[in-house]
Design a protein. Structure first.
Length: 240
């Protein structure tokens, strides 16, 4: 969500999100941010530590640590991963994960997150956000939102398996279910101060979360306004 060089961040942020593949700030609302030119920012994946590097730890999977129901261990895991990212020169850890939440037991990435229980996931993600950011690294909570399957997440991937589709799969979710299940842990991440979100690949109710016309604005606007404000505040303070 953050990469490359920004020479002018005195910009009016548009009222929509930007997809993770755009490598740019998650944007929303009429928010004026001003600071001097800055260089952005190394990010790195891995739900269990720093990926594609040597001399780093492999931490327990999210679903494993959640099974302890131990807030202290949640924090320690986040802080440990954040510290190793910091030591490798990473500015943003692409995690923690609360999407997928775990709707389908067959979901191949469920283990990256914590639990299908939104309360447990919310507590776990909050402690991880605290731990990661206390280590001096930006936490990028993902994938926002409804990212419950890998199949047909991108049309280009599906082409390679012989499926001729032009759009990613759509997760069609009613308002009550969205708020009581899928948004719950993201809200707890916001309360914990997560500085960024990564958008999901899939569509929500037949439009992309990152698109100007997405039907999820009632949630993404209020969440992402907080995240982008905090992210740019961190960046500006680091550059000053």
């Amino acid at each position: 969500m953050l990469a490359g060089k920004v020479t002018d961040v005195s910009v009016m942020l548009e009222p929509f999100l930007v997809s993770a593949s755009d490598h740019s700030v998650c944007r929303t609302g009429s928010l004026q941010i001003t600071c001097k030119p800055l260089t952005l920012y190394l990010h790195e994946y891995s739900p269990v530590g720093v990926r594609d590097t040597d001399y780093n730890s492999v931490f327990p999977g999210g679903v494993t640590i959640a099974a302890t129901f131990d807030r202290g261990l949640f924090y320690q895991r986040g802080n440990g991963m954040g510290s190793e990212h910091y030591g490798k020169g990473v500015d943003m850890q692409l995690g923690p994960v609360v999407g997928p939440l775990g709707r389908s037991p067959e979901g191949g990435r469920n283990w990256e997150g914590f639990s299908p229980d939104p309360v447990l996931s919310g507590i776990a993600v909050a402690q991880h956000v605290y731990g990661i950011q206390d280590a001096g690294v930006i936490a990028c909570t993902k994938h926002f939102i409804g990212y419950e399957q890998e199949h047909f997440r991108q049309s280009t991937e599906s082409d390679g398996y012989g499926y001729n589709i032009t759009q990613s799969v759509s997760s069609n979710i009613d308002d009550v279910t969205m708020h009581e299940l899928y948004l719950w842990p993201f809200a707890d991440a916001v309360r914990a101060g997560t500085a960024a979100f990564m958008c999901s690949y899939n569509q929500i109710n037949n439009s992309y979360v990152s698109s100007p016309d997405n039907r999820c604005h009632y949630s993404s606007d209020r969440f992402c306004r907080h995240a982008v404000t905090l992210t740019l505040r961190i960046i500006c303070s680091k550059e000053s």
